[in-house]
Design a protein. Structure first.
Length: 336
């Protein structure tokens, strides 16, 4: 199955778009281009060394301006880390009396046992006590990607595998490959310079095949093809009731078109008259041949196989399947 066909499935496109968007949002934008900037954060969000500096300045300010309420407010801004920060700085503070007075006011215990801390290695940045840890963020993102990947392989891939064999593109390819082209030499006819096989199956709503016609020497002579001309009813898949077969000759000024119609469309006066404006109408039957001629080319389109759809629509009104063999010969011009 082609990748483009796979990406046309809405569920696959949505899942792929979500994963790509999540990656761009978290990794590229959130961590790379525009990481979170901390402004107006509380002292509780500072690095441990900056918390120590903050508490030293608070005690210095208390010595010069002994306002109990202000000291308590500043100390409580450290949150639950206040005691640990106080224990780290108290023995190294130059004025032990100021330490005792400050501890009495803010009601912190001036124990003689220092809290065990890890001294930051020179050149490293201590972790933020209350900030989001980058390791946790990356780990969470990896877990999320793993969950998404599991979902893709568990639900989307099996869905893809179960439906690929039923897709119109695969069915048409299989039918075309299994259909043998006519060997005109066994019929006493010269082999065509170009010979093609194309198949339509119900559900191929974009069916439109075209082929280049080249001479044995590789010279471009023209093009030919077949496409959907008319549908009936509503809803999906489209119900095709007529096709257009066309032939373009580089030596001619016009493209010749003929309309291949279902039995119902051919016998319906309104439909017949409407499609007649597109080209000469023909009712398709298995084995029937339609001839198109231009100034220098002759095309024979043969319905190698054909089947009408069965359903709520009128009988013989739309095609379930049509395999068309196209053969092109250079047109023999009789001298005047």
């Amino acid at each position: 199955m082609k990748i483009l066909d796979y990406l046309k499935k809405p569920v696959v496109t949505a899942a792929l778009g979500f994963i790509i968007g999540l990656f761009i949002g978290l990794v590229v934008l959130g961590w790379g281009l525009w990481p979170v900037q901390w402004t107006n954060a509380d002292p509780s969000a500072l690095r441990s060394d900056l918390q120590e500096d903050y508490l030293r300045m608070t005690i210095d300010s208390f010595v010069g301006n002994p306002v109990n309420e202000l000291a308590i407010q500043r100390y409580e801004a450290l949150g639950p880390d206040g005691q640990a920060v106080f224990d780290r700085i108290k023995l190294g503070y130059r004025d032990q009396n100021a330490i005792l007075n400050f501890a009495r006011v803010v009601q912190v215990t001036p124990s003689t046992t220092l809290t065990t801390t890890t001294t930051p290695v020179s050149g490293t940045t201590p972790a933020k006590p209350r900030a989001l840890n980058s390791t946790l963020i990356i780990g969470g993102a990896l877990i999320l990607f793993a969950i998404l990947g599991f979902a893709v392989f568990k639900y989307l891939i099996p869905l893809f595998r179960h439906t690929t064999s039923d897709r119109p593109a695969n069915r048409t390819r299989d039918i075309t490959n299994q259909t043998e082209m006519t060997d005109y030499s066994t019929q006493g006819t010269e082999q065509p310079i170009a010979q093609f096989m194309t198949t339509y199956v119900l559900g191929d709503d974009l069916f439109d095949d075209s082929f280049s016609i080249d001479s044995p020497a590789g010279e471009f002579l023209g093009e030919c093809g077949i496409g959907i001309s008319e549908t009936i009813g509503v809803g999906e898949p489209k119900k095709v009731t007529a096709f257009e077969v066309w032939l373009f000759d580089k030596n001619d000024i016009q493209t010749v078109t003929k309309v291949l119609m279902s039995m119902r469309a051919f016998n319906d006066v309104a439909t017949f008259q409407r499609l007649q404006a597109k080209g000469e109408p023909f009712m398709m039957e298995r084995g029937k041949q339609v001839v198109l001629e231009t100034a220098a080319l002759q095309l024979v389109a043969t319905a190698s196989d054909m089947e009408y759809g069965q359903g709520a629509m009128p009988e013989d009104s739309y095609f379930q399947r049509l395999t068309l063999e196209i053969a092109v010969w250079p047109k023999v011009v009789t001298p005047a």
